[in-house]
Ligand binder design. Sequence first.
Ligand code: ADP
Length: 294
Amino acid sequence: MNKSIFLKAIDFGKIYCGKKVLSDVNFEIKEGEIIGLLGKNGAGKSTLLKAITGIHPYEQGTIEVNGKELKSNYELVKDFGVLIESNFLNYLTGYENLKLLLQLDEKIENEKLDEEIDRILEIVELKDAKKKKVKDYSYGMKQRLGLAQALLTSKTFTVLDEPFLGLDPIGKDIVKKAISNKAKEGVPIIFSSHDLDDVAEICDHIILIKDGTVSYDGPMKKRIEFRLILDKVKKDVFSGYKNIQFEDNNVICLLDEDELVNDFLSCIINNDMKIIEIETNDRSLVDMFYEELK
Ligand code: ADP
């Protein structure tokens, strides 16, 4: 089924102090998609996220949300959940910060606030810290409280700037699960990150920013690296594989499609080579990142 387009950037550009930071940016975000926004430091990722959430105005092109130009309909942002440079009242507890936000947001009836806050605190695993003052939270806890703020207010769209920053592997898993579950509700999500493995794990769609514009917009290109030690190597049988290297009995092969994996392994077995050791690495996003952005 074709998913409908939620947000569309058309020839969008952003100028800071007379300097073009982004230009000719075009992309679409569809309902329920999880999009990873990648690019080197200073590429313009945060600038893009701030423009599509109405934090900073934009000078060039169009950003459409459900077919409406964002610039003249900033009220649409009220239904977005945003984690960009989160702010908290440090002398209030995590629970009080979220309650205040929901009271200002006015989307949930007063009697349902506690239930909703507890539901979100459970998701970000901060329920035990709900009565602790935010000034006593660790960095990772503040990151997850920021995510809680975004999830609480996100009705139509979730935008997260570096949500994995400073999180340990357990914290990252919590955030990944929350992102995936939100997308299952049909809410599209875009997040920036430098954690390529985490992006590869949960994203359907990648946007790469290079030199202030989109250099790639689409699905992840699959690439799997096989490192094998064979009992003997018959080089000739691998002539159909272009990305292959041999050293003694070691073979390193890059396969660009999942379907090729079966052929490659059958080729080894059918030609009487015994596999002594095998290691696979998902190189999909790492290679894309370096090839596109070098
Ligand atoms: P990224 O998030 O990819 O690291 P940013 O969007 O933060 O990159 O920054 C892109 C460029 O815009 C950088 O050159 C940065 O210095 C500049 N920039 C970002 N915010 C501002 C601002 N408020 N005023 C002026 N320049 C800015």
